[in-house]
Write a protein that binds this ligand. Structure first.
Ligand SMILES: C[S@@+](CC[C@H](N)C(=O)[O-])C[C@H]1O[C@@H](n2cnc3c(N)ncnc32)[C@H](O)[C@@H]1O
Length: 371
C-alpha cells in the first residue's frame, strides 16, 4: 500500500507522524525498540514524560508507592535516620532522589525529616515544577542535572520506579537463536515488530547470558539503559546507601513459560495491555526490572549488596516502631489513613510482593594517588 494512502486511512498522532519520518530515514526503515521507547517516553514535546510531569494516582494513568500517600516518604525518612546514624551522624549528610517527578516524595520526606535533599533532574521542566512544589523548603533542597554532578558527601540515594521507566531492547527466541525485535511501518500505516539478527555487540553479549532452552517465541526485555544508569550511579561522587524500589522479576520468573510474552506493557487510565506500539507518546511504556541482572551489574560496578527483598517485608521492618507506638489506642482519622496506606504498600496482593527493594552500600571513592 502506498505510504500516503495508508496515512490518509489512519489519521496519525503527532508522535506517530514523527516516528514515521524517523523510520523513513533509518537503515532498512527500521529502528530498535529501545530507541522507539526512548522517543515515546522522553521526546521533549511528543513523549509521554517529555513535556512535564503527568498526574500519577487516581486521576492519572497508574499508581505508585509515592501516590498512595505520605507514608512511603515517612518510612524512607526512618531509613534516612538509620543510615545517617550508621555513617556516624555527619553534618553534611544528604538524601538524594532521582526520578522525583512532581516532587511529591521529596515533599513527604522534607515534611518529617531533618536532612537536606538533592534532586537529580535532567528535565528542566520537571525542575520548575519541583521548585514550586518544594518552595516552602527552599533552603533545604538543591538540584543537579546528572549523577556525575552530585557532591562527594555521605548520603542516602533513593529512587522509586526509575529503572522500569528506562528504554529496553526486545529479544525473541526464534528457531534456535536470540533475535532482536525492530520496529517498522506495517502495511496499514501503523507500526509492527520484526525479528532481525542482533548487530549491537553489547546486546549480543547480553543474549549470550540468556538460556537457550526456552519455548519458540519467548520474548525478553534487555535493559541496557538500566545497566548504564547503575554504572553511572556507581561512579557518582556520593557514598553511603542506595535504595532502588521497583516492580521486577528474577531470572527464573522471567524465563518461566507463563511469562513467555515478556513484561513490556503500556498504561493509560489505569488500563494495562500489551499493545505497546499503539498511541505511542500518550501512554506510559514500562517493563519489569530484571533484578537478577541489575544485582549482578551492581556487584560488578563496586556496590556491596545490602539487601534484596519484597517491598512489603522491607517497609514492614521500617514501620516497626511506628506500628508499636499505635498499640493499645484507637487510631484517629489521620492514623487510619496511614494504616490504609501501609496495607497498600505492604500487602502481597497490592504493592508488597510485586515491588522489590534493592539496597546497596556505596563505598567512598579512594583518594586520588599522587603520581
Ligand atoms: C514511573 S515514574 C515514577 C515517578 C515517581 N518516582 C513515583 O514513584 O511516583 C518514572 C519517572 O522517572 C523519571 N525519569 C526517567 N529517567 C530519568 C532520569 N535519567 N533521571 C531522572 N528522572 C528520570 C521520569 O521523568 C518519571 O518522572
Amino acid at each position: 500500500m502506498p505510504f500516503l494512502t495508508a496515512c490518509q486511512r489512519f489519521p496519525m498522532s503527532n508522535f506517530a507522524s514523527h516516528l514515521h519520518a524517523i523510520l523513513a530515514d533509518s537503515p532498512a526503515g527500521r529502528l530498535d525498540f529501545a530507541r522507539v521507547m526512548d522517543l515515546a517516553l522522553y521526546h521533549p514535546e511528543l513523549g509521554y514524560y517529555g513535556p512535564g510531569p503527568r498526574r500519577i494516582g487516581r486521576s492519572g494513568d497508574f499508581f505508585t508507592a509515592v501516590s498512595v500517600g505520605p507514608l512511603y516518604g515517612r518510612l524512607l525518612a526512618v531509613l534516612a535516620g538509620q543510615v545517617h546514624r550508621e555513617l556516624g551522624e555527619p553534618a553534611d549528610f544528604l538524601v538524594i532522589e532521582q526520578a522525583a517527578h512532581d516532587g511529591q516524595l521529596a515533599a513527604d520526606l522534607l515534611e518529617v525529616g531533618a536532612f537536606n535533599l538533592c534532586l537529580v533532574e535532567p528535565n528542566p521542566r520537571y525542575e520548575v515544577v519541583q521548585r514550586e512544589r518544594l518552595a516552602a523548603h527552599a533552603g533545604r533542597v538543591r538540584w543537579v542535572s546528572q549523577l556525575a554532578d552530585l557532591p562527594e558527601v555521605p548520603a542516602l540515594f533513593v529512587c522509586n520506579e526509575l529503572p522500569d521507566a528506562m528504554p529496553v531492547q526486545l529479544l525473541r527466541w526464534v528457531q534456535g537463536a536470540w533475535r532482536q525485535l525492530l520496529v517498522e511501518i506495517n502495511p496499514a500505516g501503523g507500526f509492527c515488530l520484526v525479528p532481525a539478527a542482533i548487530e549491537d555487540p553489547r546486546l549480543a553479549a547480553e543474549a549470550e547470558r540468556l538460556p537457550r532452552d526456552l519455548a519458540e517465541g519467548h520474548t525478553l526485555e534487555v535493559g541496557l539503559a538500566a545497566l548504564d544508569w547503575l554504572q553511572a550511579l556507581a561512579q557518582a561522587p556520593f557514598y553511603g546507601r542506595v535504595w532502588v524500589a521497583d516492580y521486577g522479576l528474577d531470572a527464573e520468573e522471567r524465563h518461566a513459560s507463563q511469562r513467555a510474552a515478556g513484561s513490556l506493557r503500556r498504561y493509560r487510565d489505569h488500563q494495562c495491555d500489551e499493545r505497546v506500539l499503539e498511541d505511542l507518546g500518550d501512554c506510559d511504556l514500562t517493563a519489569h526490572v530484571d533484578f537478577s541482572r541489575l544485582r549482578e551489574q551492581a556487584t560488578a560496578c563496586g556496590f556491596a549488596e545490602r539487601g534484596y527483598e519484597h517491598q512489603g517485608r522491607r517497609l514492614g521492618r521500617l514501620a516497626v516502631d511506628w506500628l508499636r507506638s499505635l498499640e493499645g489506642r484507637p487510631p484517629d482519622a489521620a492514623t487510619s489513613a496511614l494504616l490504609r496506606q501501609y496495607q497498600s504498600l505492604t500487602h502481597p496482593a497490592f504493592l508488597g510482593r510485586s515491588f522489590r527493594v534493592l539496597e546497596l552500600d556505596k563505598p567512598k571513592r579512594a583518594a586520588a594517588t599522587e603520581s
